[in-house]
Design a protein around this ligand. Sequence first.
Ligand SMILES: Nc1ncnc2c1ncn2[C@@H]1O[C@H](COP(=O)(O)OP(=O)(O)OP(=O)(O)O)[C@@H](O)[C@H]1O
Ligand SMILES: [Mg+2]
Length: 247
Amino acid sequence: MFNSNRNNTLQPSTVPDALIDIHQVTKTYETSGGPCRALKSIDLHVREGEFVAVVGKSGSGKSTLINMITGIDRPSTGEMWVVNAPIHAYNENQLAIWRGKSVGVVFQFFQLLPTLTVLENVMLPMDLSGCYHNGDRERNALQRLAAVDIAEQAHKLPANLSGGQQQRVAIARALANDPPLIVADEPTGNLDSNTALAVVSLFEELARRGKTVLMVTHDPDLAQRANRLVRIADGQIVEDSAKRGRK
Ligand SMILES: Nc1ncnc2c1ncn2[C@@H]1O[C@H](COP(=O)(O)OP(=O)(O)OP(=O)(O)O)[C@@H](O)[C@H]1O
Ligand SMILES: [Mg+2]
């Protein structure tokens, strides 16, 4: 699976088609009450175009894992190759550049900037990454908004949109730089069930179009919509439907 002579430099992942390739990752938080072992030796391989639901009880380690994959937090030990990069070995600068082009993140509470219009929110990651010329940004942002069926709201402020509409904008923002990986931590936790289903349908569609989608959810019905289910309990993967042949 991993080359024995592998070091922390630019050797690519050796799992075929792996967009996420995690090897023996642990995370221990130091707290006033002593060390908290949030992740205990995680191995996970996700291929391009997979739609993976991550489930598990509160406190099991789902967000900790997701935050490692997006480079928001760092593992205590282990190797993480995500979108062909050894992010366990990256410094903050390298992580910021890698993240801008490689991964789109969707949050439970949307986290749109309230003083920017919908269009400006979607253009912001393009500004930060420097991937697009000035004149292309607005056109691209409108395309991303159209892809999630919300382009007609482009010039409104987020506060004037419903929760479901705001989450669509957040997904358009996650798609801004056309990253291969979309990661969402309870993206439907703040939505009613019909709106939640519509958001998950969007993720299904993105995966059909070749994006890799990783979604944390507490809702078993929504988890069923993914084509792979990974269950975490007490910092470990205790079930992975890919390993019992369900696809
Ligand atoms: N910054 C932190 N400092 C200390 N401990 C933390 C920190 N973040 C998480 N933990 C602990 O790590 C464990 C896993 O937390 P995590 O947030 O990953 O769980 P979760 O599965 O996402 O839960 P939920 O479903 O409630 O969001 C918990 O015991 C939690 O208390
Ligand atoms: Mg969480």
